[in-house]
Design a protein around this ligand. Structure first.
Ligand code: 6PG
Length: 240
């Protein structure tokens, strides 16, 4: 596994948007398109809105989802709705190709298979959040989905409402060229400390699946991190 790269900043939103834009530009320059997977949560929404204001060639971007709640796309709990309102509705000009997980589909098994078939073998970037229990995508601690090595998308029953969800599996996250976890707030500090100090065991701490990626966080979230991780490079604050 690659070593984690940490950025601790007062401006998580601006820093994450710039890092994502840089990865999108690089993927387009190298391979002609950028294949991105998005997540839900309160942290990414303003990042998506900032991205919509940036100079990106969205016509060369394909958007996928790392997970989705099993609700209709207009539902308040829909991750697609969050992405549409924070990003898609705000892009001027040609937008990305959007591959939505159809959470409203009653045959969830069929929907998981359909989505697995359209996911690229290798995403350029998987944008991830971390729940207070250490979950990422809809991979929750102790869930059998964490042991999945074949299916690339599963439908699961999780402990967090709404319980029915679709999620990518560990092989999809491990295959991504880049991963980015965004974190804000003191309520993330204890879990983040565990993620960076305990033995790597994604069954207990699922977000460790993307430990070797880029982590962008504020000072409050970083409070409990071991000093050796808090290098000058990690404190590369964009607003200083
Ligand atoms: C979910 C959430 C979840 C989210 C994290 C971080 O469906 O369970 O979307 O995965 O990404 O809980 O959320 P915040 O960005 O709000 O901290």
């Amino acid at each position: 596994m690659k070593s984690p790269r940490l950025i601790i900043t007062k401006d998580v939103v601006g820093t994450a948007a710039r890092e994502i834009a840089g990865m999108v530009h690089a993927a387009i320059a190298d391979r002609g398109q950028a294949l991105l997977a998005l997540c839900g949560g309160s942290t990414p929404a303003p990042v998506y809105t900032r991205l919509a204001q940036m100079d990106l060639d969205w016509s060369r971007v394909q958007l996928f989802f790392g997970d989705e709640r099993c609700v209709p796309p207009g539902h308040a709990d829909s991750t697609y709705r969050l992405v549409r309102e924070s990003l898609l509705d705000r892009i001027e000009g040609a937008g990305p190709v959007v591959h939505r997980m159809q959470g409203e589909e009653p045959d969830r098994e069929a929907e998981a298979s359909r989505y697995a078939a359209l996911l690229p073998q290798r995403l350029d970037l998987a944008i991830q959040g971390m729940g207070p229990d250490g979950h990422t995508a809809s991979l929750f601690p102790g869930h059998s989905a964490l042991g999945e090595e074949h299916a690339r998308v599963l439908h699961i029953v999780g402990p967090k409402p709404p319980p029915l969800r679709l999620t990518v599996t560990p092989p999809v996250l491990r295959a991504a060229r880049e991963t980015l976890v965004m974190l804000r707030g003191a309520d993330k500090a204890h879990m983040l400390q565990r993620v960076f100090t305990e033995a790597v065991d994604p069954t207990a701490l699922p977000v460790q699946l993307v430990l070797g990626g880029l982590w962008i966080m504020d000072e409050d979230a970083a409070t409990g991190l071991p000093k050796n991780l808090l290098t000058a490079e990690a404190r590369r604050t964009s607003d200083e």
